[in-house]
Ligand binder design. Structure first.
Ligand SMILES: [Fe+2]
Ligand SMILES: [Fe+2]
Length: 208
């Protein structure tokens, strides 16, 4: 049975998976153009998980996926910074949430994005430096987790962590992505995006 032939779909009802497939094939669909089957027959049962992952998403370019996490983590850090240390329980909870999100982001980014960059002459050193900045963030997060938010060192370490992460993200979104965009074409950027999301979800499920 071919699920894609049942009924006529319009652009507005295209699933994101189909959008991704079309994007990959370079198919552009006008707003009122009927959707022809996109040629993923036989994959209906297979990519169920991937389909769920691509629900409500556009093409998964690595940069979009990284940016979503980076914005989220920066926003969480600002919220933590604004919390009084008297609200220690909720402050610790939010810190732990941020730590889990950032740790999964760092590991998946290293395994998928930095590992690919490291193999390229033009980005090798940047990848290695990025890796070291991740290491600094890991050490600080571990140390903060052992302290009470009432300890003055908690705030000092958190401030340094926040500055380190912000500086790191600024370099990534600037210089490192510019290097990556010069090296990886769009299809590769999409493959990396999909691999990054899959890896991160695996890590989050394990940590869960
Ligand atoms: Fe990142
Ligand atoms: Fe990073």
């Amino acid at each position: 049975m071919n699920h894609h032939r049942t009924g006529t779909l319009r652009h507005s009802t295209l699933s994101d998976w189909q959008m991704v497939e079309n994007y990959r094939k370079g198919v552009s669909i006008g707003a009122d153009q009927d959707l022809a089957p996109v040629g993923i027959a036989g994959t209906c049962s297979g990519p169920g998980l991937l389909k769920q992952q691509t629900e409500k998403r556009g093409p998964m370019l690595i940069y979009n996926e990284l940016k979503k996490d980076q914005d989220q983590v920066k926003e969480m850090m600002t919220r933590i910074e604004e919390m009084s240390s008297r609200a220690s329980t909720s402050k610790v909870r939010l810190f732990e949430e941020m730590k889990a999100a950032l740790t999964a982001h760092l590991r998946a980014e290293e395994k998928v994005f930095y590992d690919a960059l490291k193999r390229e002459k033009g980005a090798h050193n940047s990848a290695l430096e990025g890796w070291e900045e991740h290491h600094v963030a890991d050490v600080l997060m571990r140390e903060i987790a052992r302290l009470s938010p009432n300890d003055e060192k908690w705030t000092a370490k958190f401030t340094v962590l926040k500055e380190t992460v912000e500086h790191h993200v600024q370099e990534e979104e600037g210089e490192i992505w510019a290097q990556a965009q010069a090296i990886f074409d769009e299809a590769r950027a999409q493959d990396l995006g999909e691999a990054f999301v899959a890896e991160k979800e695996k890590l989050l499920a394990k940590a869960g």
